[in-house]
Design a protein around this ligand. Structure first.
Ligand SMILES: NC(=O)c1ccc[n+]([C@@H]2O[C@H](COP(=O)([O-])OP(=O)(O)OC[C@H]3O[C@@H](n4cnc5c(N)ncnc54)[C@H](O)[C@@H]3O)[C@@H](O)[C@H]2O)c1
Ligand SMILES: [Fe+2]
Length: 384
């Protein structure tokens, strides 16, 4: 029998107004000169203004510092620049503030603070990554769950592909989940980021790695999302829905320490080659990916269906999968996520490059059923 190892790590503070605790948490972590890592889009938001007020607007540049150059689908240069900003300002900790992009850059910048000049492509050559500067992670989207994860997804300069840098030392020392910070996230981004969380829960639940705790967390994540995401989409000010989405997103990321599946392998190249938002890319591929898996392993979505509130306990395997996939199809359509790839600028002549990158992507190797290169092309064409 093979052995498995589990862990449920991060200290998390949750609730409307939780951001107010940040200064005390920084003191507790011994951080006196934090670098805030974020993106330019955040600077004009009420979320960022709240952060500024909390840290003391007048003290920007003397007690706390800012790097706001993170790209959506972040690139290695963002990490290099954030690390340089940290060193130049003699920062002793990082506050990663934003969606998955700033969170991933904030996490990874600490690697290059420890080893300036290190090429992220060599990440797995296993140097010692202990004693990184401490990280506080504060999400302003509810999707990636990167705040509780041990990985950072960065497009490498050498390959132009998204690399997953995975290491337990990348974990945040403190997470703050404050629903007020996600209140002004526009409906389209609310939907797309929420669809990422939903995909994490569904793909991690069906991933065959042994981790019954994660399976339970994934199913509860689905349950929260089907209730809360439509409410957050329709009314951004619904703090109950915003809070449940933040928790569900974190749960999705805890669950996907099992791993993910084919949908994420299809989604990653859509971001690197065609610039699609990660959550949108997942949303557009999710139903096709589910149909593909259900045809080859009937019954895998029965418990996902139950988590969606469907009465599928006594249904046949095929009926349970069909009802669940129909539900997810309507659910995504209700969020405006029923468009085709070509409506987002993806062209058939991108197909070879997309399929090649998706094949190299590690996620499908842990998919619930085996995937071939021909399957990948067929799936892209289905959603084109
Ligand atoms: N590390 C992980 O475990 C993990 C998991 C999944 C995805 N990812 C990565 O995360 C990235 C996607 O993250 P994302 O979906 O959160 O999007 P994002 O971080 O790229 O943000 C998308 C946009 O939303 C804006 N925004 C963020 N918060 C806002 C707010 N409160 N109000 C208004 N605008 C706001 C940003 O300025 C940006 O323009 C991708 O690079 C993906 O590969 C990482
Ligand atoms: Fe994802």
């Amino acid at each position: 029998m093979s052995l498995s190892s589990f862990s449920f790590p991060t200290s998390t503070l949750f609730g409307p107004g939780a951001l107010a605790e940040l200064p005390a948490r920084l003191v507790r972590l011994g951080i006196e000169r934090p670098l805030v890592v974020t993106d330019a889009g955040l600077l004009g938001t009420s979320a960022f203004r709240q952060l500024e007020t909390t840290l003391g607007g007048a003290e920007k540049g003397s007690r706390w510092f800012l790097y706001s150059g993170v790209h959506p689908n972040p690139i290695e240069r963002d990490v290099i620049e954030a690390a340089q900003a940290c060193q130049t300002s003699k920062c002793d900790g990082v506050i990663a503030f934003g969606g998955g992009s700033p969170l991933d850059v904030g996490k990874a910048a600490r690697l290059l603070v420890k080893r300036p000049g290190f090429k992220l492509a060599d990440f797995y050559s296993e140097p010692d990554w202990s004693a990184l500067v401490p990280l506080v992670a504060i999400p302003t989207t509810a999707g990636t769950g990167s705040e509780v994860g041990r990985s950072s997804v960065i497009t490498l300069a050498t390959t132009g592909r998204k690399a997953v840098l995975f290491h337990p030392e990348l974990l945040a020392k403190q997470v703050i989940l404050d629903p007020v910070l996600t209140r002004d996230l526009p409906p389209k981004l609310t939907a797309a980021t929420g669809a990422d969380a939903l995909t994490h829960c569904i793909e991690s639940y069906t991933c065959p790695m042994f981790h019954p705790m994660c399976d339970g967390i994934a199913l509860e994540g689905v349950h929260l999302i089907v209730d809360a995401l439509p409410r957050a989409f329709r009314n951004g000010g619904d703090l109950d829905a915003r809070g449940k989405m933040l928790v569900a997103a974190a749960m999705g990321a805890v669950a996907f320490q099992k791993d993910l599946g084919i949908v994420h392998s299809l989604a990653h190249p859509l971001s690197t080659i065609c610039g699609l938002h990660h959550g949108l890319a997942n949303a557009l591929c999710l139903v096709a990916g589910m149909k593909f898996c259900a045809e080859r392993k009937p019954g895998i979505y029965r418990r996902v269906g139950s988590a969606c509130g469907l009465d599928v306990v006594k249904s046949t395997d095929e009926e349970a999968d069909h009802a669940t996939i129909e539900f997810i199809t309507r659910f995504l359509a209700g969020l405006g996520l029923n468009t085709r790839l070509r409506e987002h600028g993806v062209r058939e002549d991108n197909l070879d490059a997309l399929a090649a990158q998706a094949w190299d992507d590690p996620c499908h190797k842990k998919n619930v059923v085996p995937v071939t290169t021909a399957d990948i092309r067929k799936l892209y064409l289905e959603v084109m």
